[in-house]
Design a protein around this ligand. Structure first.
Ligand SMILES: [Zn+2]
Length: 405
């Protein structure tokens, strides 16, 4: 991320990324107005997401309401913005113009409390007021279980107090255990057994820690990596999430239809779209790889095709063997480059052969690139090979050889 958004009110000198300068030059006035307004909102609210109604934007920017949609779509297609729609209300998500990925909340714009920043003393003050007959133990404190569901008369509830990662508690009476979020969940349980959600519990923990003096984290936490699948208007339809960046815990989710900023952890009823669809639609040449991280890796090369247009890179959700006729339809008439994985079981090759069979005759032309067998996938290939080598592998008649970055 460039310094432009992070420190804009305080700096007199900063570097604007080259990719953004190129875009600004060609931008229409309404697009510039909208981008400028949204970034002042991101800054003002200290968040990388803002929810706004069209009238409010028109009123504040002077953009005519009928032109707002076009300006928004153009910014989305350029990767400068992501949006989610809930009726007339649209949530705008800030993206990093240098790599066009969403800027996660709380990293550039602050506001996130890292629970592991709570010291042993903060944790003691967190639990102590709620534990009757509280007394110290070897590694923490012990008292009567505070949960409404457990009428504890003798201290059965103990908490481990230590700096960084402390706060683990357990009750040998009701046999519950956990950390801060679980604590707030059980504490909220009413007579009917209903509790608050984990999201609400998370908010309560953060609020209480803030009151106890824990400062908002400036450290970059290992954040969830989110890959958003948008429709042609740039509206987020579904997302692939890698919690803490880990592939093992990967899951799919969709925006909550009524509550902006909330999600449902499944993709029921969602259209199965190509990843980075707005860019695919704009492009004449499209590279198909396996998996979103490979898409992002190749997109980062900003490859240019023989017609001097930026090459789009895409994949499908849910992995190999799920290619649909609707995906083929989106690539009709384009120049398509397939770069599959080299799996030991040959699944990657089989997948790309299926994609190839589906695309044959529907696209202008197609090349299926076989990576050297020692490379697992295109990201692995690019660890030991330059962009120039990849361009040569595809063919310099298709990709501009001077686009090396
Ligand atoms: Zn208990």
């Amino acid at each position: 991320m460039s310094n432009i958004y992070r420190f804009a009110p305080h700096v007199v000198h900063f570097q604007i990324p080259q990719t953004l300068i190129q875009k600004l030059v060609f931008m229409k006035l309404d697009e510039l107005k909208l981008l400028n307004f949204l970034h002042s909102e991101f800054q003002r609210t200290n968040r990388s997401e803002v929810t706004l109604q069209a009238d409010a934007i028109s009123g504040k920017t002077g953009i005519h309401p009928t032109n707002l949609g076009a300006a928004r779509s153009s910014l989305v297609a350029q990767g400068l913005l992501l949006i989610r729609k809930t009726g007339k209300i649209i949530t705008y998500v800030c993206t990093d113009p240098s790599d066009r990925t969403p800027v996660p909340d709380g990293i550039l714009y602050g506001g996130r409390i890292n629970f592991d920043d709570a010291s042993a003393d903060v944790l003691r003050r967190y639990f102590e007021p709620q534990l009757k007959l509280c007394k110290p133990t070897e590694n923490g404190i012990k008292g009567c279980c505070p949960f409404p569901a457990h009428d504890d008369k003798t201290p059965s509830f103990s908490v481990e107090l230590m700096d960084g990662g402390g706060g683990r508690w357990s009750c040998f009476g009701c046999e519950k255990s956990g950390k801060l979020i679980d604590y707030e969940v059980y504490l909220s349980e009413d007579a009917a057994g209903v509790t608050i959600s984990r999201t609400e519990a998370h908010r309560r923990v953060a609020d209480r820690l803030r009151v106890l003096g824990v400062k908002e984290s400036t450290k970059r936490r290992l954040d969830d990596i989110v890959y958003s699948y948008c429709d042609e208007d740039g509206v987020v339809v579904s997302e692939t999430v890698r919690p803490g960046g880990k592939k093992e815990d990967m899951y799919r989710r969709r925006p909550h239809p009524d509550t902006p900023g909330r999600y449902i952890a499944n993709t029921k009823g969602c259209a199965n779209l190509l990843y980075r669809l707005p860019e695919v639609i704009e492009a004449e040449t499209v590279i198909v790889v396996e998996g979103e991280p490979d898409v992002e890796r190749v997109r980062g090369l900003h490859l240019i095709d023989a017609g001097s247009s930026e090459v789009a890179v895409t994949t499908i959700a849910n992995g190999a063997g799920k290619w649909l006729p609707s995906h083929t339809a989106r690539l009709a008439g384009k120049w398509v480059i397939l770069i599959g994985d080299n799996d030991l079981d040959g699944k990657g090759l089989k997948h790309m052969q299926q994609v190839k069979a589906s695309l044959d005759g529907k696209v202008t032309d197609l090349r299926h690139i076989q990576l050297p067998i020692e490379c697992r996938d295109v990201s692995h290939y690019l660890e030991n090979h330059s962009a120039k080598e990849l361009i040569a592998l595809v063919g310099e008649d298709w990709l501009d050889p001077i686009t090396e970055v």
